[in-house]
Ligand binder design. Structure first.
Ligand SMILES: Nc1nc2c(ncn2[C@@H]2O[C@H](COP(=O)(O)OP(=O)(O)OP(=O)(O)O)[C@@H](O)[C@H]2O)c(=O)[nH]1
Length: 532
């Protein structure tokens, strides 16, 4: 049986509903899962970035502290007498530098006017030049160790960090300044910070709030670039003012990032570890694509499976409907349908069968009513006509005979008049019962009028007349006994007209002949029979 997917069919609706639920489920999973995972990944990434920023800040701090300690130590050990002897001073610097080359761009000494007295390694043009304008000179002149502003070297164009320590005499006065210069990207300084990548496009930043500079960055274009002006990046502004923690922000290039900040303890610098959210949430996008792809693959399979399942489930229902249809069109007899399964379709089929059996019962009742007399339950004139037709056909085939006895009650009307119709009805029923008792089972007793009965005797032989007279005698005899009715005992009689016919007789003429014979019996004094 073919299953048509019509727009108004239950199957189509169920498939559409199922598909809609599948899509809504996938959509729901995408929305709720992606939101949940985004939050989760943001927290996880923030924690990881915090660790990275912290470790990077510790690394920077270790390098700064090492240089600060070295410079302080060298300044304390530099013999004051060497300040007036540049050649010896350079030799002293060389010895120290070769022993511990932390300051990759060398050491030099300034006099109190900021003039470079000696340097190592000797850079052409450095000795004799002035550094009086440099911030570290001004700070160190005050007697403090100074970390200068990271800058691009005057001699060599590399990002450098100068550090300066005052050379103090015994009285604590500044006699000169020892300066150490480190190339920021040198292998023993911050090279790792410059080359570290977080994810594909994330990285580290080292920021000096005092100098409003990016000291270091994974992105080379940002090295020594000025930090954004306040108001561009709120989280950056907070960090510049001392906030340390994590957050999501949009950087100056318009990229949304997860960032974590950590302070470099020995300076006011801080490290920023950053990762674009698009990268951090990359697995969410992949998951959404995965769900979408799966849904696109599953949906047609689901629809196909639904069609097959629905076809299987609906087959009994459709077969039931088809058979019911054929029954209504008269192609199949009205019979109970087979109940295939004990499910809703089975219940529907069983209900249909119950309706059908009620219908058959009503039909049988109607048919009985159409062919029987309501009062006595005897065949009526219509059924008698059918039976006569059959009896005459058999007689025709067998060369047999039929006899019709037409009975009209004598004295019935006075019972009605005297005792009422109900008593008359009881009398008619009793007459029917008494007559039924005297005829053969295969003969027919019919009520054809108010107090008129017909006895049809079929399959008679040539002695049909004698047989009919014998039956007429028996019928007369049943009236010999008075009728014992609730209203009292009543006497009834009957007049009988007999007509005999063979297979060639017309049934109406036979009945009329019997009727006329009955009238002759009436006229002859009632309570008797006459032959037609
Ligand atoms: N109680 C009852 N009476 C009926 C029914 N059908 C017809 N009758 C009555 O039966 C009576 C028949 O009339 P008649 O044939 O003249 O009655 P009768 O007294 O036997 O007269 P004769 O046939 O001339 O002997 C009428 O009074 C009808 O009203 C019925 O179903 N029940």
């Amino acid at each position: 049986m073919r299953l048509c997917l019509r727009a108004d069919s239950l199957t189509t609706r169920l498939i559409l509903l199922g598909s809609a639920l599948l899509l809504v489920g996938a959509l729901g999973r995408m929305i709720f899962l992606s939101s949940y995972l985004r939050n989760d990944l943001t927290q996880l990434t923030s924690a990881q970035l915090t660790s990275i920023a912290h470790y990077a800040a510790q690394d920077v701090d270790r390098d700064i502290v090492a240089r600060r300690d070295l410079l302080t130590h060298l300044a304390s050990k530099l013999p004051p007498a060497l300040l007036g002897r540049p050649a010896q001073l350079r030799a002293w610097l060389q010895e120290r530098q070769e022993t511990n080359p932390l300051f990759s761009r060398g050491l030099f000494v300034l006099d109190t006017a900021g003039q470079i007295i000696a340097d190592f390694p000797a850079v052409p043009g450095r000795a004799g030049s002035s550094a009086a304008d440099r911030d570290y000179f001004r700070q160190a002149s005050q007697g403090h160790l100074a970390v200068g502003q990271p800058t691009t070297g005057r001699i060599a164009p590399f990002p450098i960090l100068p550090m300066a320590a005052p050379l103090l005499d015994d009285g604590g006065s500044v006699r000169g300044i020892l300066v150490g210069v480190s190339e920021l990207q040198s292998g023993n300084f911050l090279a790792t910070l410059y080359t570290t990548r977080i994810g594909k496009t994330g990285g580290l930043l080292l920021i000096s709030p005092r100098d409003k500079l990016f000291v270091g960055a994974s992105d080379p274009t940002m090295i020594l670039a000025p930090t954004p002006a306040p108001g561009i990046n709120p989280l950056h502004d907070l960090a510049m003012n001392g906030f340390r923690g994590t957050g999501i922000t949009v950087n100056a290039k318009g990229v949304e990032e997860i960032v974590a900040t950590a302070s470099v303890p020995s300076l006011d610098w801080f490290v920023v570890a950053r990762l674009p959210t698009s990268e951090a949430h990359g697995s969410v996008s992949r998951l959404i694509h995965y769900i979408l792809r799966n849904t696109v693959i599953i949906l047609p399979l689901f629809i196909l499976a639904m069609i097959l399942i629905m076809r299987r489930m609906m087959r009994p229902l459709m077969e039931t409907a088809k058979r019911a249809d054929r029954m209504t069109q008269g192609e199949l007899p009205l019979e109970p349908l087979p109940v295939a399964r004990n499910d809703e379709v089975g219940h529907l089929t069983a209900a249909f069968n119950r309706v059908l059996s009620k219908l058959l019962e009503s039909q049988a009742e109607l048919s009985h009513m159409a062919h029987h007399d309501q009062l006595t339950g005897l065949p009526n004139r219509k059924l008698l006509a059918d039976r006569m037709k059959l009896a005459l056909a058999r007689a025709h085939r067998n060369d047999g005979w039929v006899a019709v006895l037409f009975l009209d009650l004598d004295g019935f009307k006075p019972i009605n008049d005297r005792h009422g119709h109900e008593t008359g009805d009881l009398a008619l029923r009793e007459v029917a019962n008494r007559l039924l008792a005297v005829i053969r089972r295969e003969d027919t007793l019919a009520r054809v009028g108010g107090d008129e009965f017909v006895v049809l005797l079929s399959d008679l032989d040539a002695s049909a007349g004698e047989t009919a007279e014998r039956v007429a005698d028996k019928c007369l005899a049943v009236f010999a006994t008075p009728f014992d009715l609730p209203a009292g005992s009543c006497v009834l009689g009957t007049s009988i007209g007999i007509a005999i016919g063979d297979g060639n007789c017309d049934q109406d003429r036979l009945l009329i002949a019997a009727d006329q014979a009955m009238y002759r019996a009436k006229e002859a004094g009632r309570g008797r029979y006459c032959l037609a």
